[in-house]
Design a protein around this ligand. Structure first.
Ligand code: PLP
Length: 391
């Protein structure tokens, strides 16, 4: 059976060029980048080249790039690291209700130790109002953390505007750009961000490697203690193969972005248009907002989302019910409830996230399967009344 993967916001396959760049660093080029002999120096040079590649993607300086184990660690390092390195009297953080758990959970952990956190609501299209950010500022606000693109809806947040507000108020600004990298151009100077998180496995690099951009002058305390790696910001022997892969992936993401985002927007729009035509009572969540090109989040009322994911998977169509890390959770998505969806509507919503490997033929095949599967599951629902065909 042909299988199509429409879950690129959960993870992406490693690009063959990325894999090719990584392979020698597992075996013949195995040196520790901190060793002073030639084996070590060879690894050091490759790690520093990757740092330059990532810096170029972000418009940053190489010295501002800290390699981590992924997006979750980068978010934690930004938030906990900044709070721990800052004066105790600045104890207020502003974030949003639609952040990933890698931001929400460190914020909640900080609340337990006396830090106050404002969780801003978003509008019905899943976008935060920069006016709300401004109005929430306090004399003791230390940090604003707002994601660049939402992982479930794809909605793009007004980062540049919030960057200006943060700069005027002299407050640090972090953005989780895990779902924006490779999908939107990123320039940390133009955006006015001080801290920015990336994850390798969302941009065709392997899992377990990520980046925190730290503007020079921003002080963060490490989360774990050890040696002096990564300029004392993240100890531990560098994951040279992963870092080298991420460097290559950053270079490819930058080169492919314009053509690939136009191609994915066309695929996604074709998919959404046809779903609305062929499936009664389907609705696109976040449709009124600017969105990254690859993401479609669709409510199929009267259907249990997880049942639909499983039924589609059995027919070779892989998608998800929202954040991968919450699959199996009983609660409806916090993002979908934040945009005002009732619990049943949120539970009926699926995310299709397209990527480099996807073709028009695959999308059309999925479109041939989806309406029948939705119809079948709806027939099982006591609440659904089939529209009467008028001839
Ligand atoms: N932030 C966002 C917006 C994400 O979508 C994800 C992953 O789904 C993460 C952070 C966590 O990244 P990682 O899987 O690299 O820890």
């Amino acid at each position: 059976m042909q299988r199509s993967y429409f879950d690129h916001n959960a993870t992406t396959p490693v690009d063959p060029e990325v894999l090719g760049a990584m392979v020698p660093w597992f075996s013949e080029k195995f040196g520790n980048a901190s060793s002073i002999h030639s084996f070590g120096q060879q690894a050091r040079a490759a790690v520093e080249q990757a740092r330059e590649q990532v810096a170029r993607l972000l418009g940053a300086r190489p010295a501002e790039i800290v390699f981590t184990s992924g997006g979750t660690e980068s978010d934690n390092l930004a938030i906990l690291g900044l709070v721990r390195a800052s004066r105790a009297e600045r104890k207020h953080i502003i974030t949003t209700a639609i952040e990933h758990s890698a931001v929400l959970n460190p914020c909640q952990a900080l609340e337990r130790s006396g830090v106050e956190v404002t969780y801003l609501p978003v509008g019905p299209e899943g976008v935060v109002d920069p006016g709300d950010v401004r109005r929430s500022l306090r004399p003791d606000t230390l940090l604003i953390s707002v994601m660049m693109a939402n992982n479930e809806l794809g909605t793009i947040q007004p980062i540049e505007e919030i960057g200006r507000i943060a700069a005027e108020a002299d407050v640090w600004f972090h953005t989780d750009a895990v779902q924006a990298a490779g999908k939107l151009p990123i320039d940390v100077g133009r955006l006015g961000v001080d801290l920015l998180s990336l994850s390798g496995h969302k941009i065709y690099a392997p899992k377990g490697v990520g980046v925190l951009y730290v503007r020079s002058g921003a002080r963060i305390e490490p989360l774990v203690w050890g040696g002096h790696h990564e300029r004392d910001r993240r100890p531990g022997t560098e994951n040279a193969p992963g870092i080298i892969g991420l460097g290559k992936a950053a270079e490819l993401a930058q080169a492919k972005l314009p053509a690939e985002s136009a191609r994915l927007a066309a695929l996604r729009d074709r998919f959404e248009r046809s779903v609305l035509e062929r499936v009664p009572a389907a609705r696109i969540n976040g449709a009124g907002a600017a969105r990254v090109a690859n993401t479609a989040n669709i409510a199929f009322s009267y259907v249990e989302g997880e049942a639909l994911v499983i039924a589609l998977d059995l027919k070779g169509v892989a998608c998800s019910t929202g954040a991968a890390c919450s699959s199996g959770a009983i609660e409806p998505s916090h993002v979908l409830t934040a945009i005002g969806l009732e619990s049943a509507e949120a539970r009926s919503s699926l995310r299709f996230s397209f990527g480099r490997g996807n073709t028009v033929e695959e999308v059309d095949r999925a479109l041939g399967i989806l309406p029948g599967v939705v119809d079948h599951l709806r027939e099982l629902s006591p609440l659904y009344k089939k529209p009467i065909a008028i001839s």
